[in-house]
Design a protein around this ligand. Structure first.
Ligand code: KET
Length: 420
């Protein structure tokens, strides 16, 4: 038996660690941009990496309607901090389904939808992915090329196998509709297809409604299972929440099954509150309730039950006509500012005579512009101009302001004309 004196002190040298062999992981391609930005002491630095809204002053925005509701929640002493159900707040779930499917959705009226609260968009995608990996007969999910960088990781770790379909045509800076249709046509029957509900990230290119209808017909004829990622239902492009939800509603209207992950990060500015929802539309109320029972088994060992605060804010806003209207007005203001940034950046490049066609800046929609700048040009802009953006050339228009547009235009101009 060893005495206490024989017990050596805890290891100090790194080589003694049980984790000594661990290699350092790279930063996340999107969130790592913020890490690098935070380390840069330059006063002219601009963060156009992460898709997060900033004011004209470059500050994060908390919506007024959110502030007001939070005050009400804090002042309400009847509220407590009990665990909420595994599936989240019932009100929040109902109202989230209404927001995406429409108030008069037959699927909701027929109780064919199950909605569970999720940890923002990411957590909702992950729960949906794990549910499918466990209970669906096909384990392959098709993602558009390109797509949000986290999609392949989320679905692979959920237990699905990831394949891709063509989406973006760099030559036209538009949709590769033929490629998309061809690839989905040759996907094995039953495959899962991830679709960006609106404002595709990172390209800012969406199918037209006519194209959506053709995609729907193909998906249904091949019995593919649509999984919508609705991270940007904000009216950023169309100015209307309902218009942004049209593609999803087209698929619900045919009576077929689908999944939707919603996020309130962007449209209510609740990024750090981690509030979102996963809805699964089923063929019957009976199936929907069995699906829900299994979703609980996915969620419980993962994080047990979701947080209460963010979902309470959302529910209060969606429930009350006045608050809802106030929200849509603030949404519109965010959308208008982003659109005006597009116009200003486009004009700034025109006035500098920057070589190339930059009209995609005003044609693309949503939070991002997919500039077409290459990795090398991006690192030049970061090193020389302290402009932080993802290496695929995506810039978050929501992070720009009238003050920073000229600096960005100078940087793009220099990157494009360098060595010419
Ligand atoms: N889907 C898409 C398409 C998406 O762009 C994001 C976030 C999410 C889901 C998840 O968001 P959540 O905060 O979990 O609700 N995109 C931005 C932030 C990030 O990468 O986390 C971005 O692309 O900058």
């Amino acid at each position: 038996m060893a005495s206490h004196d024989d017990i050596s002190a805890s290891p100090t040298a790194a080589s003694d660690s049980v984790f000594a062999q661990l290699v350092r992981a790279p930063e996340d391609p999107i969130l790592g941009v913020t890490v690098a930005y935070n380390k840069d002491p330059s006063p002219v630095k601009v963060n156009l990496g992460v898709g997060a809204y900033r004011t004209e002053e470059g500050k994060p925005l908390v919506l007024n309607v959110v502030r007001r509701v939070e005050q009400q929640l804090v002042n309400d002493v009847s509220r407590n901090k009990e665990y909420i159900p595994i599936v989240g707040l019932a009100d929040f779930n109902k109202l989230s389904a209404k927001l995406i499917f429409g108030a008069d959705s037959p699927a909701i009226q027929e109780n064919r939808v199950t909605t569970v609260q999720g940890l923002s968009g990411t957590g909702s995608l992950r729960v949906g992915g794990e549910f499918l990996a466990k209970h669906y007969h096909q384990r392959t999910i098709y993602l558009p090329t390109p797509t949000w960088g986290n999609h392949p990781k989320v679905f692979t770790l959920a237990g699905l196998s990831v394949k891709t379909y063509r989406y973006y045509a760099p030559a036209t800076r538009g949709l590769d509709f033929e490629g998309l249709m061809e690839d989905l046509s040759s996907a094995p029957s039953g495959s899962i297809v991830l679709l960006h509900a609106c404002a595709h990230n990172p390209t800012g290119v969406d199918p037209t409604l006519e194209q959506w209808e053709q995609i729907r017909q193909l998906i249904r004829s091949k019995a593919l299972l649509p999984f919508f990622d609705s991270a940007y239902q904000a009216g950023f492009a169309s100015g209307s929440l309902d218009a942004d939800a049209q593609p999803v509603r087209l698929f619900v209207a045919d009576g077929g099954e689908l999944l939707v992950a919603q996020s309130y990060a962007k449209n209510m500015g609740l990024y750090g509150e981690r509030v979102g929802a996963l809805s699964i539309v089923c063929k019957s109320a009976d199936v929907a309730s069995r699906v829900e029972s299994q979703l609980k088994l996915v969620i419980r060992p993962m994080y047990s039950s979701p947080p209460i605060h963010g979902a309470s804010i959302v529910a209060a806003i969606l429930k009350d006509g006045d608050l809802y209207n106030e929200w849509t007005i603030e949404l519109k203001a965010m959308a208008d500012r982003i659109i005006s940034m597009r116009q200003q950046l486009f004009e700034a490049l025109l006035s500098r005579g920057t070589p190339g066609d930059w009209s995609h800046i005003i044609k693309q929609i949503g939070m991002f512009t997919f500039t077409g700048l290459n990795t090398e040009q991006v690192s030049f802009m970061t090193n020389e101009y302290h402009i932080y953006m993802t290496s695929d050339g995506r810039i978050s228009m929501a992070g720009l302001s009238s003050k920073t547009v000229p600096h960005l235009a100078d940087a793009i101009h220099a990157a494009v004309t360098r060595g010419v």
